[in-house]
Design a protein around this ligand. Sequence first.
Ligand code: NAD
Ligand code: GLY
Length: 355
Amino acid sequence: MTTLNVELGERSYPIFIQADLLSQTDLLKPFLKTANVVVVTNDVVEPLYYPTLLNALGGCKVQKIVIPDGEAHKNLHTFESIISQLLSMSAARDTTLIALGGGVVGDLTGFVAASFQRGMPFIQIPTTLLAQVDSSVGGKTAVNHPLGKNMIGAFYQPKVVCIDSTTLNTLPEREFSAGMAEVIKYGVIYDAAFFTWLEESVAAISAKQPDALQYMIARCCAIKAEIVSLDERESGLRALLNLGHTFGHAIEAEQGYGNWLHGEAVAAGIVLASTVATKMNWLQSSENRRIQLLLERFDLPTSAPTEMNYDRFMQHMRHDKKVQAGQLNFVIPTGIGSAKVTSDIPDEVLRAILA
Ligand code: NAD
Ligand code: GLY
């Protein structure tokens, strides 16, 4: 088993990564405050993995809340419904919430945990690639508002993250590819050697070879843990993790949440950010080409939907959380393995690229 640690003083927590981890009994028990547990999952993941988790929690009083599947349900309505169910179950502040599912379940459950009676412990058991390499680590929790993604939320860290890489065997291929956008993101912003390893390992990753998956997930979590430990509240370094997200969130909002998957929108956003970087002479065209090629090899989109234009992008991006003093900030690669946040992009460059 690979064990990593997110170092945040008294809020530090481990990340466990291993095939078949879910069936390990006694792994979670040290992290429960009492024997009272509520598992939040959705109607797709529940039949696949809830029975195994229930078995591993033998001896605890386990109840479950099953929400409808999909990004469209990551909203205040589902948030209220989970709170209502917790109240009717007589859950208390010492009940532990477990998020079993992808990023939607994890972000929602984390936000409920942060809010219910001003905070209850929670555990992340991510079952999508995107959630295993990104959303389950770092404590960003949120729901969407019709005017913008993740507009309502909190920083709230889990007690432990348990990653069972075998859950990826049931994940639809399109979802696996979407997770690869976030994986590639780490190589672009932080780790040139990892980017090269990804280029050399496309076949092994696509075949879901256990060793390749274990290494890939662990490297992503290690990078994320390092960044979050240095900048939990995103006052600087952590913003780099949003590469492709400013453009990507605009695509998601324009298309209606869930029509373009988050990772697909991020992939197109990474290419837009790289193209801006190349136009500004911050990134070589050969590096831009390598980034696009790697995204393509995992069947990810490398351009925005044709109906989007400069005005549509700008309308959505004005609501971006990275707007400061009215200025839009962009994460822009400055080479493979490095990136910077800048608001210094001339409007003509954006117009030319987003046209
Ligand atoms: P998701 O949670 O919607 O899961 C994708 C699909 O896969 C769903 O239909 C789900 O039911 C299904 N699924 C999950 N696990 C499965 C499995 N093992 N086998 C079969 N099907 C399975 O989407 P996602 O891509 O995991 O997460 C996207 C969300 O994550 C977005 O809302 C995004 O904003 C958020 N996010 C958050 C952070 C963060 O730091 N908190 C980071 C990145 C993304
Ligand atoms: N996924 C971006 C972050 O966690 O900061």
